[in-house]
Design a protein around this ligand. Structure first.
Ligand code: WT7
Length: 657
C-alpha cells in the first residue's frame, strides 16, 4: 500500500438526477424502495437469492449447494454442471432468439462517402453455427478440455467466436489485448503454459493495419511453448506463415462439422484467465470459473443496463479487458440481445465516428469510459450534435472515477438530458459490476457510483477493519463472497492471499480508496496501491520500473501517476542513468520507445526526468509521494524529514526550471 494513511475527499457535489418516470415504469427495478427491499433480502438470505437468480440460466445438472465459503476460497453452485457457451447460444435458440442479431459488427475502414466498408450482422443461429465449427476446428488441432488458449486479436467477430468456442469445449482462454507487445504475449503465454495462440493477419486502427501476426511471430521466437498459431484473415495483406506452426483459421475450419454439443463442465471449471497489473513487477493471471461468473454477468448486465429483447447494446471497450469479456460477450449474449462491436478508433475518420455508429444502428444502450468522454468533450459538442442520438435510452461509464464535469457533458450532449447514466464500479477481479445505480430506481449524483448491487456487501474500512463513519475516507472492501469473484491468481496462491485477503483481515480488499456519504452512496477516490490508471487501463508502477531498469543505460527508475485532463492519470518516470551516461533528449526518446515497445503504447510515459539520485527514506524506500507531488505541482512542499538525500529533491526541482 502507498505511504500516507489518511484518505481525504474534496468533492462537494450536490446535484441529483432522478430516473425519468417512463424509464422507471418499464424497468426491471422500478423504485429505490424496491431496490432497498431486495437488497436487504439478498443479504439476509444470499443462498436463496442467488439460487433464484441462477434459475434463469441453463444447467445440465443442478447444484447441491449454492455456496461453499472457505475463506478466501469460494465455490459457487457446487456440484452443478453447465456451459457458458451453451447459455450464450443454444439457450437463446431454445428461447426463440435464433433470428435475432447477436453480433452487429462494424469494421473501421470507410468508403469515399464516409460509410463503413465492412458491416456484419450475425444472428444467434449463425453465431451458434460458427462457434460450433470453430470449436471442432480447435479440437482438430489438438485443443482439449483444460488447455489454455491465448487469443490476440483485433475487435472482429472471430474474437468472440474464438472465446465462445473455447468455452464450449472447456479450454480456458487467455485474451491478450491487441495493443500489447510481443513481450506481454510471451509473459502471459509462459505463465499460463499455453501452446496455442489465435490471432489475425492484422486489424484496422486509424486507417493503418496493426500487424498482429508479426507481433505473434516475435513472441513465438521468444517462447518455445507456442506450438500452433491460428490466423484469421482480416486485412488480407501478405503475411509470413511458418509451416508446421501457423495455420489459417479458414483452413482448419474446412470440413469441420457444424455440430459440436457444449461440454457439460463443472461449475468451478476454469473459464478464463485475464492478466492484469498489480503492485509488483509481474502481471497476474486473474482466474475466473464457469457457473458463478456466468450467473453474475448475466444478472448484472440485465439489471444495470436494464436489457430488453429489442436492445442494440454497445460497449466500446476492447474485449482484451474484463469489460469486454463480461459486457461485450458473456453477460450480454446470455440476455439474447444485440451486442455491437466496433473495430477501430473513436476518431476515425472523424471525431463523430461513435455518434455516427449510434445513429446508423439505432443503438439503445451505450457504455464507455470517462477518458473517452473527456476526449470528446475537448473536441466540442458539434460532433454529437450533427448526429441523431434519439435511439439512446441509457448511458454507462466504467474504468475510473468520472469527474462531475464529464458526467454533466455526457448527460447533456450524448444523453440529451433524457438518459439515465450508470457509473459502474468494478474490477477485473470482481468479474462483474458491484456498485452502480439501477437506472430505473437509483437517483444519481454526478461522480458517484451510488450503491452496491444485490448480494454485494461493500464497506469503507480502515486498516484495522473498522467501518468508517459517513464521509470519512477509507479502504473499499467487500465483506462477503459474490458469484463473479476471482477464484485465484493462476499458479500463485500466496500472492492471491497477500494481495486481496491480508491487508484487512477476513475481507476482500479492492485496492481502492473511497468514502460513503450520508445517503449510503459510494464515491471512489482511486487506487491506494502502486497501480495507476491511464485512460482507465491499469498499469503497475513496479512493472514499468522494471522495464526501464532492463534498459542497459538505466541504473534506477521510479514511476508515479499524476493527473491528466484527458487520460485521468499519466505516467511520470524519474530515471537515474548509469555512471558515465549523460541525460539527453535522444535518451529520453530511446527510453520512451523502449517502454512502448516492451509493454505497449498505453505505457508510454508522458514525462521522463533524469536525476542523479532518487529521493529515498532512510530505510531505502523511494518516496513516491514526493515524486507524485513533484510531477503534479512541479514542486515539493510536504514533509521531507525522513528523506535520506535532501539534495536529490533540490536537484529534481532545478531540472524542472
Ligand atoms: C479499477 C479496476 C472494471 C472494468 C474496467 C477496469 C477503477 C473501475 C470505476 C468507477 C471509479 C473505477 C478502480 C478499480 N474503476 N470502475 N466506476 N469509478 N473507479 O477494470 O482494469 O480491473 O480496474 O478501476 O480503481 O479498482 P480494471
Amino acid at each position: 500500500m502507498a505511504e500516507g494513511s489518511s484518505i481525504e475527499s474534496i468533492s462537494h457535489e450536490q446535484r441529483r438526477f432522478v430516473p425519468p418516470k417512463d424509464f422507471a415504469a418499464a424497468a426491471h427495478i422500478r423504485s429505490i424502495e424496491d431496490y432497498e427491499e431486495q437488497y436487504k433480502r439478498s443479504l439476509a438470505d444470499p443462498d436463496g437469492f442467488w439460487a433464484e437468480v441462477a434459475a434463469d440460466s441453463h444447467f445440465f445438472r443442478k447444484w447441491d449447494r449454492v455456496l461453499q465459503w472457505d475463506p478466501p476460497f469460494a465455490k459457487w453452485f457446487v456440484g452443478a454442471t453447465t456451459n457458458v457457451s451453451f447459455n450464450c447460444l443454444d439457450l437463446q435458440l431454445q428461447r426463440g432468439r435464433g433470428d435475432q442479431t447477436a453480433i452487429l459488427w462494424e469494421g473501421e475502414p470507410v468508403d469515399a462517402q464516409g460509410r463503413p466498408r465492412d458491416v456484419q450482422r450475425i444472428t444467434y443461429r449463425e453465431l451458434h453455427r460458427r462457434v460450433c465449427r470453430f470449436a471442432n476446428a480447435l479440437k482438430s488441432i489438438g485443443v482439449r478440455k483444460g488447455d489454455r488458449v491465448t487469443i490476440y486479436m483485433p475487435m472482429i467477430p472471430e474474437l468472440a467466436v474464438a472465446m465462445l468456442a473455447c468455452a464450449r469445449i472447456g479450454a480456458p482462454h487467455s485474451v491478450v489485448f491487441g495493443g500489447f507487445s510481443a513481450t506481454a504475449i510471451v509473459d502471459r503465454v509462459n505463465d499460463a503454459e499455453s501452446h496455442v495462440v489465435i490471432t489475425a493477419d492484422g486489424g484496422w486502427r486509424r486507417g493503418a493495419i496493426v500487424p498482429l501476426k508479426a507481433t505473434v511471430d516475435e513472441a513465438a521466437q521468444a517462447s518455445p511453448l507456442i506450438r500452433t498459431v491460428v490466423v484469421a484473415r482480416r486485412c488480407g495483406q501478405e503475411i509470413a506463415m511458418q509451416p508446421g506452426r501457423d495455420v489459417w483459421w479458414h483452413d482448419i475450419e474446412q470440413g469441420a462439422s457444424d455440430d459440436c454439443p457444449a461440454e457439460p463442465l463443472d461449475a468451478e471449471h476454469m473459464l478464463f484467465l485475464l492478466y492484469t497489473s498489480g503492485s509488483t513487477g509481474k502481471p497476474k493471471g486473474i482466474l475466473h470459473t464457469t457457473a458463478g461468473y456466468m450467473v453474475f454477468t448475466a444478472y448484472t448486465a440485465r439489471l444495470v443496463f436494464d436489457l430488453k429483447p429489442d436492445d442494440v447494446y454497445w460497449c466500446t471497450a476492447d474485449i482484451g479487458w474484463i469489460t469486454g469479456h463480461s459486457y461485450v460477450v458473456y453477460g450480454i449474449l446470455q440476455n439474447g440481445v444485440t451486442t455491437l462491436m466496433y473495430e477501430g478508433a473513436p476518431n476515425f475518420p472523424e471525431w463523430d465516428r461513435f455518434w455516427s455508429i449510434i445513429e446508423r444502428h439505432r443503438v439503445t444502450k451505450f457504455y464507455t469510459a470517462p477518458t473517452a468522454i473527456r476526449a470528446f468533450m475537448k473536441q466540442g459538442p458539434q460532433w454529437p450534435n450533427r448526429r441523431d442520438l434519439s435511439s439512446l435510452k441509457l448511458l454507462g461509464t466504467v474504468g475510473e472515477p468520472i469527474n462531475p464535469e464529464a458526467w454533466m457533458w455526457y448527460h447533456a450532449h450524448i444523453g440529451t438530458q433524457r438518459c439515465p447514466i450508470v457509473d459502474t464500479w468494478w474490477q477485473t477481479e470482481t468479474g462483474g459490476i458491484l456498485i452502480s445505480p439501477l437506472p430505473g430506481a437509483t437517483p444519481t449524483k454526478p461522480g458517484s457510483a451510488t450503491r452496491p448491487l444485490f448480494g454485494v456487501d461493500a464497506a469503507i474500512l480502515d486498516k484495522s477493519g473498522q467501518e468508517q463513519p459517513a464521509n470519512s475516507g477509507g479502504y473499499l472492501c467487500i465483506r462477503r463472497p459474490w458469484p463473479g469473484m476471482l477464484r485465484g491468481i493462476y499458479g500463485d496462491e500466496a500472492r492471491f492471499r497477500r494481495q486481496y485477503w491480508s491487508e484487512i483481515p477476513g475481507v476482500y480488499f479492492t485496492g481502492d480508496g473511497a468514502r460513503r456519504d450520508a445517503d449510503g452512496y459510494f464515491w471512489i477516490m482511486g487506487r491506494v496501491d502502486d497501480v495507476i490508471k491511464v485512460s482507465g487501463h491499469r498499469l503497475g508502477t513496479a512493472e514499468i520500473e522494471s522495464v526501464f531498469v532492463a534498459h542497459p543505460k538505466v541504473a534506477e527508475a521510479a514511476v508515479v501517476g499524476f493527473p491528466d485532463e484527458i487520460t485521468g492519470e499519466a505516467i511520470a518516470a524519474f530515471i537515474t542513468l548509469k555512471t558515465g551516461i549523460a541525460p539527453s533528449p535522444s535518451i529520453k526518446d530511446e527510453l520512451s520507445r523502449h517502454v512502448a515497445h516492451t509493454v505497449g503504447a498505453i505505457a508510454r510515459p508522458k514525462v521522463i526526468r533524469f536525476t542523479d539520485a532518487l529521493p529515498k527514506t532512510r530505510s531505502g524506500k523511494i518516496m513516491r509521494r514526493l515524486l507524485r507531488e513533484l510531477a503534479t505541482k512541479g514542486t515539493v512542499e510536504g514533509d521531507t524529514t525522513t528523506l535520506e538525500d535532501f539534495g536529490s529533491i533540490a536537484r529534481l526541482r532545478e531540472e524542472e526550471s
